[in-house]
Design a protein around this ligand. Sequence first.
Ligand SMILES: Cc1cc2nc3c(=O)[nH]c(=O)nc-3n(C[C@H](O)[C@H](O)[C@H](O)COP(=O)(O)O)c2cc1C
Length: 375
Amino acid sequence: MTLDKLLFTKKQLRDITLKNRVAIAPMCNYSAKDGFANDWHLVHLGKFAQGGAGLVFTEATAVQSTGRITHGDLGIWKDDHIPGLKKISEFIKSQNSIPGIQLAHAGRKASMQRPWHGNGPLDHTDQSRGEDNWEIDAPSAIAVAEGFLTPHELSLEEIGQIQNSWKDATIRARKAGFEVVELHSAHGYLGHEFLSPISNKRKDKYGNTLEGRMRFVLETAEIIRENWPKNKPVFTRISSVDGVDGGWTLEDSVTLSKELKKRGIDVIDCSSGGISGSATAAKIKRGPGFQVPFSEKIKIQADISTMTVGLITEPHHAEEILQSGKADIIAIGREALYNPNWALHSEVELMGEGEFESWPHQYGWWLDKRQKSKS
Ligand SMILES: Cc1cc2nc3c(=O)[nH]c(=O)nc-3n(C[C@H](O)[C@H](O)[C@H](O)COP(=O)(O)O)c2cc1C
């Protein structure tokens, strides 16, 4: 087996070695109760580890119960959540993959319906299932869209309390056995709401200027870094652009990434959009690898490792992105829902037929035999 394919070359991040450059992007499953991980989450995430990805992220995991998007989000706001998460991280590690956790707070996009219930504000049908609204928080009292709840504007004291929840969640993530932690500051959720001039109209030190709007995310990144082992990496997911007039720009992302790097953030996970619509509704043209140019610019101009994501489905395309120096890690989202073995299949495609060494023995031994019988 030749090792000239970057997608299947190791990536060192502090003391953590990813066996390849394929990561599974965080993807909410809206299937938890009171924030607890259950068998669904174990099987859902476990199969990506069996499927050969070097890094497997949990979905957005709420640092406060009020920071959940829906009643079904995973949570890490109490110690009781640790054992369920630990079962998942241990299984992922048993498959020679690295477990990552995305820590999140939904801000003004909290208290919503699950996508398959309408993706809108909670209504009487949800309430009849026992799923009531709760009071939501944001930098400014501006609803995400008409018909949605108007958030409560956070006081300075409340901002400190939320940051403290991030600290507690980071400590719990460590106890739950994760090796990578990601600060979710994208898609119109709380961190992004502080960054974007669309959602942050504050006149105090957490708003007003670019420096003020970046303060919440930078301080939170520092808190996570201080409470996460020095030998393990921290990622930050950002919306590289808002894609709306007067919004957050790619130049702002470069500035932010330079500041995050100074605070010990290892990788910028370059997504986009979501500030004034649903989570992935950026008003930018979509196509294969449409967010790669964001990753490329941030990687070069901020001189930091990046993860790229968004409509990357072909192994040769993923390889080309890495070979041309536009990203360090390729994150796969929906393609992994379609094919949880995407990494293993890509390895066969890039490295040559009949290569089953990386497969779990339980599968690889048989597939190798089958391959030999065919030829
Ligand atoms: C079902 C689903 C849930 C998602 N949940 C999250 C999430 O929890 N956190 C996040 O940052 N992005 C989330 N995303 C966005 C993905 O991480 C990814 O950026 C996006 O799907 C684009 O990548 P893809 O084209 O490979 O799917 C979600 C996407 C999907 C499809």
